[in-house]
Design a protein around this ligand. Structure first.
Ligand code: ATP
Length: 417
């Protein structure tokens, strides 16, 4: 690809908003004045060549990213956080750049070595070619140079461009998945996102050895990868593929496959005042049919937060108890649902279409009696558990249509005191 073609893509505001173009050219000027070759790499280049809007700005410097960061802060302002051990810096951008996110990672080109499979790598400064050679796939191992007259030069030592054109995901070396088994998730994620295919010899490397390395990943790292999949548009297709290459069995013996019929529910805007959370919804739909013990066991393996564990547990529990609740009065439903997270109830509604769940979410949960604790005090009732009983009884009467206005509520109250 010619430099001019790259420059044209770079200057296309549909792919790279003009604020980001300005930011990158400012960085390029500073890097050139320090004599540091400077590049954008990875997903930026991949998405640019695919003519997709780019998200992250991954800036790599041959030289010293911290020194570049210091020069940028001196010239433009903002704040620098240094990570000396990794030779990287995070530049909190001054408000003049008006960008989201408002920070930029500045990274020194590096080499990585792994002490043992699945471990985090040891990092040492290196050339851009070394840096590209440590990456996951050929389509992610390209760079575009930014500084001075080199602006727009494509570095593509592994012919990532042709894999990009052919829609192929290819690792850089045979032991790539053993070195870092999270790459297995990444491969499947790109495959589903771009409708690419994992190239055959790469697919063959998802073998017992790499799956064994994967099985020793921490819960936190596994969950991070699954979270990233769940936010993808084709999340369910990707999860099914993850299952078909043997990854789920390697993580946990009780991992179910995601039910493809539930895929549409991930997209659902609930239209109620319940904060949506696609990842949380994804896990609930995925694990709702598990037994209580299985839910806790999977949650432990994936290092779920207590909150997420509770949501999934509540959804599974509610789904199981639906047969006992159907035909119940609204007050019984409300009593059963009141302590459960709203999103769990909504998830069970989506898969069951049980109307009472929707009635609870949209109407019943908001129904309260007019009478309050203060009214009971004013009536001289001694404080105690009786308060709760009375208020619950009044609420139930409203929910079940036993009282229909304030007067009827007061009559009922009188009858109880
Ligand atoms: P996405 O669009 O999914 O965010 P990305 O390419 O921007 O894709 P990041 O996770 O932000 O992905 O990583 C940035 C770059 O770092 C990748 O393009 C790749 O070159 C490299 N990279 C990320 N994770 C790994 C890994 N596990 N092994 C090797 N290289 C990696």
């Amino acid at each position: 690809m010619q430099k001019d073609d790259i420059l044209r893509l770079f200057h296309d505001p549909n792919l790279l908003p003009s604020e980001k173009q300005i930011l990158l050219s400012n960085i390029a000027v500073q890097a050139a004045s320090l004599g540091f070759p400077c590049y954008v790499v990875g997903g930026f280049v991949r998405d640019l060549l695919l003519r997709r809007p780019v998200n992250d700005l991954d800036v790599i410097v041959e030289g010293d990213a911290i020194q570049l960061g210091k020069a940028l802060v001196k010239k433009f302002g903002g704040k620098l956080t240094r990570h000396d051990a990794f030779h990287t810096a995070i530049w909190r951008l001054p408000s003049t750049f008006d960008l989201r996110p408002s920070t930029l990672d500045l990274i020194t080109a590096r080499k990585e070595t792994y002490e043992r499979p699945g471990a985090l790598p040891t990092v040492t400064p290196a050339t851009i070619d070394d840096d590209l050679l440590r990456r996951d796939f050929t389509i992610n191992a390209m760079a575009v140079r930014l500084d001075g007259d080199h602006f727009g030069e494509l570095l593509d030592p592994l012919d990532g461009r042709s894999d990009l054109e052919q829609g192929r995901i290819r690792v850089l070396h045979p032991r790539s998945f053993v070195d870092d088994p999270t790459r297995i998730f990444r491969a499947v994620r790109y495959e589903g996102r771009y409708s690419f295919a994992i190239e055959l010899s790469t697919l063959e490397r998802i073998d017992p050895e790499s799956l064994k390395a994967l099985s020793s990943l921490s819960g936190e790292r596994l969950r991070h990868e699954l979270d990233l999949i769940l936010v993808e548009k084709n999340a369910v297709q990707i999860l099914l593929r993850v299952a078909s290459v043997g990854v789920l069995d390697a993580i946990h013996p009780r991992f179910p496959a995601f039910n493809p019929d539930d895929a549409e529910f991930l997209e659902m805007d609930n239209g109620l005042d319940i904060p949506a959370d696609r990842v949380e919804m994804g896990y609930m739909l995925w694990f709702m049919q598990l037994s209580e013990d299985e839910v806790f066991s999977v949650a432990r393996r994936l290092d779920f937060t207590n909150e997420l564990t509770l949501s999934v547990w509540a959804a599974a529990q509610l789904k199981r108890s639906l047969p006992h609740l159907v035909e119940s009065q609204p007050s019984v439903w409300t009593y059963a649902l009141e302590k459960l997270p709203l999103l769990s109830i909504y998830a069970v509604y989506l898969v069951s279409r049980e109307k009472a769940l929707l009635d609870y979410l949209s109407i019943w949960r908001h129904i309260k009696p007019h009478t309050t604790g203060d009214d009971l005090i004013a009536r001289g009732l001694p404080p105690g558990p009786r308060y709760g009983e009375i208020l619950t009884r009044l609420r139930a009467a409203w929910l079940d249509g036993e009282v229909k206005d304030k007067e009827q509520e007061l009559q009922l109250l009188d009858s109880m005191i």
